[in-house]
Design a protein around this ligand. Structure first.
Ligand code: GDP
Ligand code: MN
Length: 495
């Protein structure tokens, strides 16, 4: 059975064996499927309540998540009256992907995060989202008062310093601020040089700040548990605090398998945040709210930066970042619809759908390489020769024609690309098959820039012959350094 680029084979085993495998949380232990990284479970036909299809990448996930997933699987097994084994399928050709965090997360906008947090009792400023300057003004008018803040809604922090957070003292100013943001791109130090499009602003009542603190709850991968992270140095990026004042950050892990937040955790955090005694009750409520929210939404991160103590002595989450674990989205249809694809890199999106490991970079030489290590080495070589790679791309050990074509499509849509460098080592794959794939791909998505190909390994001679006979504008070069140099040179000639 073909499913995208993954070959999926049905796998049968008796429910008891399956339960053992699940309990051990070791998918590789399944006989005959050494590369299995994705479990696809189909809903048993007789229980429509269980949702559609459960897809679980096993090896690319942090241990804590595998634990949670094993839990989900187990629930699935025990609730089902049918033998489930026949519904378990394993994608066997799926390689372990680089643990790229973006592969298993979905970010929310600040206004969405705050709505969700408010539901579990986390105090947030009064406010509402607006998609036009007029709507922004109307929100401010309805809120009343004399101070408002208009905040650009993008999936990146650092908006304050970039003009994406504006304090306004009149309705006209609110309108002005919204006008300046909506429909434009906002560049912050987290957004990448091209910035992110702003299609909405959050308009809130302004707060008078006495202290800015940092508080987050995360799925702590190294510790395999949930951890609270807190610092009295809020408002600035936690990474900066970690560098300059590591002693100002406290991490408090929660014991795995326990439920709720024990009182001592709250007291440690409150102490390290220098909260006054009278704030303890509301802080305890806030901590419980964060915890309930993370569990209820299957979030992997909730970050409040800054958490403020107001001039009147209240705790308020002034900013909020929530990252959801998208493997669990199937059980949150209400959250899944909050996805905003406009905030993601379109090329990386396309690559992800095609099963390619792609990371966009800002150079002009597009790279297509098999194997992550060789891809890194190739990028180094290009830089050594004075060039700049346009991307990282690992097409995988089994680079199929389909995937190669997808890669060329992505290269074409990048206006910066001045040359394409294909570096394939035929260790597992045969170079002549790769060459055929390249030819098919180039006939379908012909690049407008020079294509330099270095093929080495099994049947390399035959591969190079095919390329030169194809009549396509391909420069086949045998040596690695030589080929990289040629790519850099070609890119220079084009621009
Ligand atoms: P970020 O820069 O993208 O993380 O956006 P934040 O929501 O964290 O806002 C950045 C900064 O703007 C905060 O650290 C505050 O100093 C300031 N700010 C945001 N809202 C208010 C407000 O209501 N009143 C005041 N006085 N400052 C605010
Ligand atoms: Mn912030």
């Amino acid at each position: 059975m073909e499913e995208g680029n993954t070959r999926v084979t049905s796998f049968h085993c008796d429910p008891d064996t399956l339960r053992q495998v699940v309990r051990a949380s070791k998918p590789c232990a399944v006989a005959g499927c050494p590369l299995a990284t994705q479990w696809i479970m189909k809903d048993p036909g007789d229980s429509p309540g269980l949702g559609a299809i459960l897809k679980i990448p096993m090896l690319s996930v942090p241990p804590f998540r595998s634990m949670r997933m094993a839990g989900t699987l187990r629930g699935f097994l025990y609730r089902s009256s049918q033998p489930v084994a026949s519904q378990l399928q394993i994608g066997e050709n799926r390689r372990i992907r680089t643990p790229h965090w973006s592969l298993c997360r979905m970010n929310l906008h600040e206004y969405q995060a705050k709505q969700i947090l408010a539901r579990t009792g986390v105090p947030v400023p009064a406010g509402a989202v607006a998609h036009t300057p007029e709507a922004a003004e109307a929100v401010a008018k309805k809120l009343g008062g004399i101070l408002w803040v208009v905040k650009a809604q993008i999936h990146a922090g650092g908006r304050g310093k970039a003009g994406g957070v504006r304090l306004c003292r009149s309705l006209a100013e609110v309108r002005q601020a919204a006008l300046a943001m909506i429909g434009h791109r906002l560049v912050t130090h987290q957004s990448g040089p091209e910035g992110l499009p702003v299609s909405a602003v959050l308009v809130e009542s302004g707060s008078a700040i006495a202290h800015e603190l940092y508080l987050s709850l995360v799925v702590d991968r190294p510790r395999e548990c949930l951890s609270f992270i807190a610092s009295p140095e809020g408002g600035v990026e936690i990474e900066t605090v970690a560098q300059a004042h590591p002693d100002q950050i406290v991490t408090v892990p929660l014991i795995p398998g326990s439920f709720g937040v024990p009182g001592y955790v709250t007291r440690i955090l409150a102490g390290r945040l220098n909260l006054s005694r009278d704030l303890y009750p509301s802080f305890e409520k806030l901590i419980a709210g964060l915890y309930d929210c993370l569990l209820a939404t299957d979030a992997s991160l909730i970050e409040i930066n800054p958490l403020i103590v107001t001039a009147t002595g209240d705790l308020v989450a002034l900013d909020a970042k929530v990252t959801l674990d998208d493997n669990a989205l199937f059980r949150h249809p209400d959250l899944a619809v909050l996805d905003d694809p406009s905030q993601r890199n379109p090329a990386e999106e396309e690559a992800e759908r095609a099963g390619l490991n792609y990371v966009a970079l800002d150079g002009d030489i597009a790279c297509m390489v098999n194997g992550a290590g060789l891809a890194m080495a190739t990028m180094d070589l290009i830089q050594l020769q004075g060039g700049k790679p346009a991307n990282f791309l690992d097409v995988g050990g089994d680079a199929t024609a389909g995937r190669v074509t997808q890669a060329f499509h992505i290269f074409r849509s990048n206006a910066n690309v001045r040359a394409v460098f294909v570096n394939i080592f035929g260790g597992i794959v045969r170079c002549d098959l790769i060459a055929e794939g390249l030819i098919t791909a180039m006939r379908e998505a012909t690049p407008k820039v020079p294509v330099i190909v270095r093929l080495e390994g099994t049947r390399a001679e035959e591969g190079r012959a095919l390329l030169s006979e194809s009549g396509l504008p391909i420069q086949a070069i045998a040596g690695l350094a030589e080929a990289a140099g040629r790519a850099v040179q070609a890119a220079g000639e084009v621009s």
